[in-house]
Write a protein that binds this ligand. Sequence first.
Ligand SMILES: [Zn+2]
Length: 489
Amino acid sequence: MVAKRQENMVEYEPVIGLEVHAQLLTRSKIFCGCSTAFGEEPNTLTCPVCTGQPGSLPVMNRKAVEFAIKLGLATSCRIAPYSLFARKNYFYPDLPKGYQISMYELPLAVDGLIEIVSQGEKKRIKIIRIHMEEDAGKLKHGETPGTASFSFVDFNRTGVPLVEIVSGPDIRSPQEAGDYLRKLRAILQYLEISTGNMEEGSFRCDANVSIRPKGREEFGTRTELKNMNSFRHVEKALEYEIKRQTAVLEEDEEVVQETRLWDTSQGITLSMRGKEEAHDYRYFPDPDLVPLRIDEAWIEEVRRSLPELPDEKKERFVREYGIPEYDAEILTSTKAMASYYEETVRLFPDSKTVSNWMMGDLLRELKRDEKEIDQSLLTPSHLAEMLSMVKGGTISGKIAKDVFEEMYQTGEKPDKIVKEKGWVQILDEAEIAKTIEGVIKANPKLVEDYRKGKEKVFGFLVGEVMKATRGKANPKLVNEWLRKKLKGA
Ligand SMILES: [Zn+2]
């Protein structure tokens, strides 16, 4: 059996498309004036509109539209002059109206792209569409001791504005999926239209995945993966699902089109329900909302307000700071990291040295602690100060590593750390001369040997001087002065 399977071994290629929901950072909800604040008491941020009371009418939030246009322009989409809100009908306890207001046939933006760099290769991922919609509420399942099980519903999130970004089926590996998501999140953060925070649910991703024999045009049957709440889980869920589908096809069975849930604790995907089709939702244009018209003037106004985006910043970093493209790619991968770099270089204008310390020591520490750069205790001014101390000779490059570690852990200023630990490099020539004098006096035999031409004792004498200064003498000065002293005197 095993032999037979190996004979028929086909190489499969995954085909992945991602649907991302990002919460827009408006202060009020999409169709009413309720606040969008996160973490408030349940059901305190609601009104008749977002809880679907009879007779209430939705009113479009202009800021939300502006944010969606920004995203469309930043991803090279065409902004539709005319888009339409539709009702997506389904029942669920977190959806008080019995339908979600979304865009269906006429989305706000279409036909864009996002360029990613995945394992050193540049690749363009097509953006099929970006549309706006409202979020649903949140169910909380719990149990009260001694009574039956309860489920609670919190409508604070109902009506919070979302954009859904639908990629083309252009992604070919879990790693690429992760790189695409990181880039998309960076764009949202650069635009300041979303926090991109996955833990708080402001950036959520569903994945469509299928496999096909390598080289074949036609797509295989796909499954939709849900419930992945970190980039790592998206990659893991995709890896699992690709393996699972491969095993199904290798058994000569068929992949079933369905929605599957990622189970974080077990690390597997589980069948949740058969895939629903669009017609199951009975979409129709929302009669309470007028069509959304966006004229050229508004688009141009938004275009002028666009900030420097990751790709542009990367190019500028290469041009302005003369750092390699690889460094620039990483340093611009988040807005916070790019600002950190620029601030440090402004204070210590040696762009490559700053890049080396950030890409090496700083990122390694952050990765180990699973922290973002804006959570770092070590500030750009402290890093710049420390680099100046190395350059000025106050501390050696070796000691700098220890100072760095200490700054990172405590957030203290480098001069304070160096003083407290007694790490200042001795540059004072008089003090070094005095120590050399002492070492020469204490080792008359060795000094004589050296003067007779025994070169190798020189290293030992240098070592004695360094020992006497507890490693804080500048080695270059010690070498120069000791040689002079041994020859001259
Ligand atoms: Zn409301």
